[in-house]
Design a protein around this ligand. Sequence first.
Ligand code: GLU
Length: 323
Amino acid sequence: MPAPVGPDVGRCIGPYTGRFAPSPTGPLHAGSLVAALASWLDARARGGRWLVRIEDADRPRCPPGMGEVILSQLAACGLVPDEPPWWQSRREAAYKQALHQLVDAGLAYPCACTRREIEGALAALGLAPARDSERVYPGTCRGGLAGRPARAWRLRVPPGVVGWHDRRLGAQRQDVATEVGDFVLRRADGLWAYQLAVVVDDAAQGITDVVRGEDLADNTARQIVLQRALGLPTPRTLHTPLVLGADGHKLSKQNGATALDLRDPAAAVRTALAVLGQGLAAAPDARLPDLLAHAAAEWGHRWPLAEAGDNPHMPPIGPKENP
Ligand code: GLU
């Protein structure tokens, strides 16, 4: 078995820059506030920058104005980004350029397969879909389209196990080639896939630290593969505990999440702190600014950066603008 990819993964990176990157498919709820707060606390505990990126690349799923709703909910909770937010819907040119770079390097290829064809090819190989809703791509179009029209673009995933260190979850590993396969960069409907957009934007914004919900942890290996293919650095990661809905799954619109009740933002922040295991959740009288300041100090003690693989190791970061 190839050795896990290790030494240059999880090594970061200039001045601390964190981000919260919500998909504006609905307003913030108790679960998404946990991720937002954790990324803010981590940045504040380091004296770093905290950015917000509205991930509205999948426009049909994002009701108009929802990005602004999220920004005002964050502000009500005292979470204000240090720079104007970026919007993925304005980043088309950057994603296109990244795809061109991969195509030119022979690392991306067009794919003609429909979902049904992929299922058929897997069944013919005696393989059932292994992941919840995603199928391991069997590589049908790796060698060419055989005259069929291109639908999507995929990354040619190299063989080998990717290993990395998550500050909360510890040592992680995934064989992306066999567990995921060549994943989609640009979808058949022309929209940019989350993996491509997030990797391009994290690098363009100089993100050193990704702090997000644990449900996203298993995207990390794909993102590392893509960062390596594009010659981009890999941020540190810390994946936070999830708030579960009544059905035991991650809280979402589908299982009962409601928009945050912001009549008492400090109470909403205290609830999120409790999920994060922060003692200050029990400070009922603290006002919001004090609560946040003390919570950041506590966070800094609980989540030090000095972990294996955290050495600064990244090109300098210049000023950034959302074009
Ligand atoms: N936009 C993604 C979401 O809301 C999160 C992206 C990320 O933090 O990497 O689920």
